[in-house]
Design a protein around this ligand. Structure first.
Ligand code: SF4
Length: 472
């Protein structure tokens, strides 16, 4: 059975486990530093970089403000071009639609183009339960699938693996799922790529059904866009008889013109390239060219819930470039699995709670998976203000009755601060009692990994008076 993040522990527990893995930390550090270095060079060469970011944010905000109208336009255009549009409220509905569509073809093995949404809804497991084997074709997604692993990054799902781990996975697993890895495979990148190419080529050529996501859906023509680096997407999108594209409703953009802005930002932020090697677009079906049958499954799965959050809705601008996680000090140390979702890092810390709500202790823990340093604010191509959303989500968690001890403590401090005499006495008392306080508090969490700071013997006001008085 495909692995999933179902029942994953809350962030502190999962992170504590991951930070103990030195190899993982080394793999993540090396990979994120490489990508962010390349990104920084390419961002710096564009004099209009900041204007591009402003335009991208404005495009996505326009989409979110008029989402219903754009989606209806997509449905009309895709249908007119020979495709069929399906609407899915949640993961279960989306999985049922796709499973029924594949079943109707009679096929038992299908190929997939890397799609975070199909990971989000657990499509592989649903297909597997129906006796359908879905094979990933993106190199990193293939590594994750062969290793019975989980993705840890939105652009490079196997970022937590190094070359020798990949070699071991290929040597051990490829033969169980098709063409085996060549004898004596080493961890040379060219050899690993060739082994994957040979293994996957059999899959492309044999598959009659492909499942994809999409980076964008252009409303004015009903055109889908997939951006990728390996050409596996192009093979799946053109060779299969039936193509099923499973797409989140927020992926809509109004016009082709908007792609000019978004594609430039996506490639430079995601992989540090001026342009992605493969950008495939398709509109419905065309006689004698490409799939004969095309289905577009538009998925909500919490997106309208996120849209209803006045501060958090900006998370739906995300174009999944991965730049926020590549720059995040927390992600660098914990890796992606600690977030318990296919969306890790800063975007995961805000998007998962917005999509799934804060009732679950796992999602409620995510807004705290941040130092609030704001590095993610600086790189996001669609100008998501992570720190604003994180603080708002933390307030929602607290308002929901979690962290009662902190709430009582802050209410007490707040009440004292409104009464100057009481506050003065409290500050004086704290100065006197400070040296007697233990380095650790009995409150769980606060001093597990840090000591209480020393309480100064006198307040700032007293210090100021004393020093100003001496100067006068
Ligand atoms: S939130 Fe911004 S930086 Fe992070 S993946 Fe999405 S678009 Fe990229």
């Amino acid at each position: 059975m495909s692995r999933s993040f179902l029942g994953w522990p809350a962030f502190p527990e999962a992170a504590a486990r991951e930070v103990g893995n030195r190899q993982l930390r080394e793999n993540v550090r090396r990979a994120t530093h490489t990508i962010r270095g390349k990104r920084a060079v390419l961002a710096a060469e564009r004099p209009d970089w900041e204007q591009l970011r402003d335009s991208a944010a404005a495009i996505k905000d326009r989409v979110l403000a008029g989402l219903e109208g754009y989606l209806l336009q997509v449905e009309e255009k895709v249908t007119a071009a020979g495709g069929t549009v399906h609407w899915a409220r949640d993961a279960a509905e989306a999985n049922r639609i796709v499973t029924d569509l594949v079943r109707a073809t009679g096929e038992r093995e299908i190929v997939k183009v890397k799609s975070m949404l199909t990971e989000e809804i657990g499509l592989d497991a649903a297909l597997e339960a129906a006796g359908i084997n879905a094979r990933e074709t993106d190199l990193a997604a293939t590594i994750v699938q062969l290793g019975d692993d989980l993705p840890s990054h939105v652009v490079v799902p196997a970022l937590h693996r190094n070359r020798s781990e990949i070699r071991d996975i290929f040597a051990r697993e490829m033969g169980r799922h098709g063409r085996p890895a060549p004898e004596g495979l080493t961890d040379d990148p060219a050899e690993l790529a060739e082994a994957a190419r040979l293994h996957l080529r059999e899959k492309f050529l044999g598959a009659k059904v492909a499942v994809s996501g999409a980076n964008f859906v252009v409303a004015e023509t009903g055109t889908l866009v997939v951006v990728e680096s390996e050409g596996n997407g192009r093979m799946c999108l053109t060779l299969a008889d039936t193509l099923i594209s499973v797409v989140g409703i927020e992926k809509t953009v109004p016009r082709w013109q908007d792609l000019e802005v978004l594609l430039q930002l996506l490639a430079r932020n995601a992989t540090g390239e001026r342009m992605a090697p493969y950008t495939s677009t398709w509109t419905g079906t065309v006689d004698g060219d490409g799939p004969r049958d095309f289905h577009l499954v538009l998925v909500d799965n919490g997106r309208t819930r996120a849209l209803a959050d006045p501060v958090g809705r900006q998370a739906l601008r995300c174009i999944r470039c991965g730049a926020c996680m590549n720059t995040c000090p927390v992600y660098e140390r914990t890796g992606g699995h600690a977030y318990g979702s296919v969306y890790p890092g800063p975007i995961g810390a805000i998007l998962n709670p917005l999509l799934r709500g804060l009732d679950d202790p796992q999602t409620a823990s995510l807004p705290y998976a941040s130092t609030l340093c704001g590095a993610c604010n600086e790189v996001c191509p669609v100008r998501i203000r992570f720190t604003d959303v994180l603080l708002d989500l933390r307030a929602q968690v607290a308002d929901g009755g979690r962290h009662p001890v902190e709430r009582v403590a802050l209410n007490t401090v707040g009440a004292a601060m409104q009464r100057p005499l009481l506050w003065k006495a409290a500050v004086k008392g704290a100065g006197l009692l400070g040296p007697l306080l233990p380095a650790r508090t009995p409150v769980p969490g606060w001093t597990d990994n840090r000591a209480l700071p020393d309480v100064p013997g006198e307040s700032f006001r007293t210090w100021w008076k004393r020093n100003e008085g001496e100067r006068a």
